[in-house]
Design a protein around this ligand. Structure first.
Ligand code: FAD
Length: 145
């Protein structure tokens, strides 16, 4: 994506919200220019979670670093919190049982989170794909979900 000046970003957002109620464009118009940047969406293909490492020795990743996804289900932050809880549980149980921590806690964490993250990445992507101009019939299951 090319770098754009904040003024150009503001104009381009205003064009996109032109059909929204005036309160929306008013909020955009009053944005602090110093805070405006465009950033490309990050996305990890779901199968990469199974084909590549999620942890190594005593190091692992969580949140967006592990499973960047499109924003269409608003689950990036929620699933980051889930990661934290699951990771803490695996470390806590291992420590309670053995009095030490080793990479088997990270192995358990990775095993538990891979599938869930892959499903969320896939569903978010599909939801966005359907919402962007597909037929009302295709959109229906996502609305009901
Ligand atoms: C506009 C928007 C709306 C969103 N809405 C939702 C929503 O409704 N629901 C939802 O669940 N999710 C939502 N998300 C996604 C959610 O914000 C992210 O998935 C979540 O913040 C990821 O958490 P994280 O801790 O993995 O990463 P981050 O929140 O990005 O935290 C990473 C931190 O690491 C710091 N950092 C980076 N590099 C370094 C470095 N080298 N050294 C030290 N620190 C460093 C960063 O400054 C940052 O503070 C939204 C995201 C955006 C952008």
């Amino acid at each position: 994506m090319t770098r754009k000046s904040p003024e150009l970003i503001l104009m381009s957002i205003l064009e996109r919200v032109a059909d929204f109620p005036p309160v929306v464009s008013n909020i955009v118009r009053h944005s602090d220019l110093a805070t405006l940047t465009f950033a490309a969406l990050k996305f990890r293909v779901p199968w990469d979670l199974f084909l590549n490492d999620v942890y190594k020795d005593y190091i692992t990743v969580a949140g967006d670093a592990m499973h960047p996804m499109t924003p269409d289900l608003a689950q990036g932050g929620c699933s980051s919190l889930e990661d934290a809880i699951v990771l803490a549980r695996h470390i806590g149980i291992l420590f309670a049982l053995t009095g030490k921590i080793d990479s088997s806690a990270l192995k358990g964490y990775a095993k538990e989170r891979r599938g869930r993250a892959a499903i969320l990445i896939t569903m978010s992507y599909l939801s966005g794909w359907v919402e962007q101009g597909r037929s009302a019939w295709l959109k229906l299951p996502f609305r009901l979900g």
